[in-house]
Design a protein around this ligand. Structure first.
Ligand code: OOG
Ligand code: MG
Length: 269
């Protein structure tokens, strides 16, 4: 499928050059033009080559990986971003922020929030054909989450190869509410209301994520397989924004209220 076509065109030097650009933009919280402006032939596979090089560098620098995220897995997100193919990105442990805490924005470019169902796994998942049932059997618990995304591209405008290289706009994430076993839940019809400063600004239900958020995890495992990777037990996985993402600025308070799973709140400064 389009999400797993890993054909590559960039040579090793170009991958290094683009990784340098992305790393500098992320570290300096500076917006840059999308990568395809200079490399119009860039493919999805090239985007993942840059993303995995960024992951390799940061792990070599001692940063710990918590897991992975699926993105662009709902119609609302695809329509908002103009990209029709889901993608994955890595999550470092140091992206996490505590529920109820204040998230700084001076080290971000133009943050937005998303409400997502997150999974924590208790068994390895690997291969091209993992099913929803296998994902659920490998799930230790699910937990509600707010993802803070932050595209490093000017105007939050990008295409699929660029956003994949930019690690799917990953920036911060906050879990909260209740961690629950998946088997007692109808995970495909959980309602969620996203509030900003006490007003509902987006709402939806978990079915928006590929019909069932576990299917987004299965897709993520398939993409990992195409990249020569697996999803180890103990991974934290976000399944993708249910609604469109909402821009935030200093002073905003955001709360995602999930049916069954409880709520997650965070403040921005
Ligand atoms: C890409 C990241 C998308 C999601 O949940 O859909 C994402 C973006 O929209 O900047 O994290
Ligand atoms: Mg997301």
């Amino acid at each position: 499928s389009a999400a797993t076509d890993m054909r590559r065109t960039l040579d090793a030097a170009a991958v290094q050059q683009l990784t340098d650009r992305i790393e500098a933009a992320q570290t300096g919280a500076r917006a840059i033009p999308k990568l395809t402006d200079d490399f119009p032939g860039m493919t999805l596979g090239d985007g993942y080559a840059v993303q995995l090089e960024l992951l390799r560098r940061w792990r070599a620098a001692g940063r710990r990986q918590a897991g992975w995220k699926a993105g662009l897995t709902s119609k609302a997100k695809m329509v908002q971003m103009g990209v029709t193919v889901p993608s994955i990105g890595f999550l470092l442990a140091d992206f996490a922020r505590a529920e109820g805490s204040t998230v700084r924005t001076d080290d971000l470019v133009h943050p937005r929030v998303e409400c997502e169902v997150a999974f924590v796994t208790k068994a390895d998942l690997a291969g091209p054909d993992v099913t929803r049932a296998q994902v659920l059997a490998a799930t230790d618990f699910v937990v509600p989450a707010i993802e803070v995304i932050d595209s490093r591209f000017s105007g939050f405008k990008f295409d699929l190869p660029s956003v994949v290289a930019d690690n799917g706009s990953s920036a911060r994430y906050v879990t909260g509410g209740r961690a629950l076993r998946a088997d007692g839940l109808e995970l495909d019809c959980l309602g969620v209301v996203l509030e900003k400063n006490g007003e509902p600004v987006a709402m939806g239900a978990s079915t928006a994520v590929m019909g069932h958020p576990a299917d987004a995890v299965a897709l993520l495992v398939k993409v990992l397989h195409e990249l020569g990777e697996t999803l180890p037990a103990g991974s934290f996985v976000m399944s993708g924004g249910i609604t469109e993402a909402i821009a935030v600025k200093p002073g905003d308070v955001v709360c995602a209220r999930f049916q069954e799973l409880g709520s997650v709140a965070v403040r921005f400064a």
